[in-house]
Design a protein around this ligand. Structure first.
Ligand SMILES: Cc1cc2nc3c(=O)[nH]c(=O)nc-3n(C[C@H](O)[C@H](O)[C@H](O)COP(=O)(O)OP(=O)(O)OC[C@H]3O[C@@H](n4cnc5c(N)ncnc54)[C@H](O)[C@@H]3O)c2cc1C
Length: 196
């Protein structure tokens, strides 16, 4: 059996309905369509209008390798391609990466994640750390940011395209097999008979 995994949404309201994922080939086609549609629709609104700003807000949730790589590629596309044919739109695009932990690439060394933070600052990607998404509607992300003094602040982030990259969960077929393997009930990760 080698059925892979599926994106996890943690049951956060609105994610499955409004976000795009980065898992299967059709996901990438959908992301491309949504990006081009948001750019074209934004160009119909006058510069500085709130709707144009919302449409050009591209948000990536999840600061693992997938989210970090995608946010970087997206900013490269804006700077190197979009800028050639729609410079006024490219200048208004805002790429934001939201991460629940204090750093991106938490599974890697400090050297690597601090380099990623530097590159994000240089390339103008907005890094929103210590922030967990709580709800998504068709236009707005609601998130809770942990502040240094231990308090929390609620953020409302309007978006045009939302890409969700918070990791993977077992597929339904795999979950149905879990039930038949008693040892699996205590396993914290995926399908792992006998050795977990
Ligand atoms: C955006 C992204 C970037 C990545 N980058 C890297 C990288 O740079 N380097 C790296 O090493 N890894 C990378 N990975 C991880 C890598 O893709 C996975 O580890 C690898 O694909 C897992 O292989 P798999 O065969 O277990 O599952 P999958 O590749 O998911 O294959 C499982 C297959 O089973 C099929 N299937 C599912 N359910 C059923 C069913 N009931 N009946 C029949 N077929 C079914 C699925 O359609 C799928 O084709 C990346 C993953 C993502 C999402």
């Amino acid at each position: 059996m080698g059925v892979g995994a599926q994106p996890t949404t943690f049951g956060i309201p609105g994610v499955a309905k409004y976000a795009s994922f980065l898992k299967e080939l059709p996901d990438s086609v959908q992301v491309r369509k949504k990006l081009l549609s948001a750019i074209e629709r934004a160009s119909l609104y006058p510069a500085g209008s709130p709707e144009r700003k919302r449409l050009l807000s591209f948000v990536v949730v999840g600061g693992g390798p997938t989210g970090v790589e995608f946010a970087g590629e997206l900013q490269d596309y804006v700077d190197e391609d979009l800028h050639k044919w729609m410079p006024e739109i490219a200048d208004e695009v805002k790429v934001t990466l939201i991460e629940a932990m204090p750093n991106v690439l938490n599974a890697f060394s400090k050297k690597l994640w601090s380099y990623a933070h530097e590159v994000f600052t240089e390339t103008n990607i907005d890094l929103v750390l210590n922030t967990a998404v709580k709800n998504v509607t068709d236009t707005t992300i609601t998130a809770q940011k942990k502040l240094a003094d231990g308090k929390t602040e609620t953020l409302e982030i309007p978006y045009g395209v939302l890409v969700w990259a918070t990791g993977n969960a077992p597929r339904d077929l795999t979950k149905s097999l879990f039930k038949k393997i008693p040892e699996q009930n205590t396993a914290r990760r995926g399908f792992c008979p006998s050795i977990c």
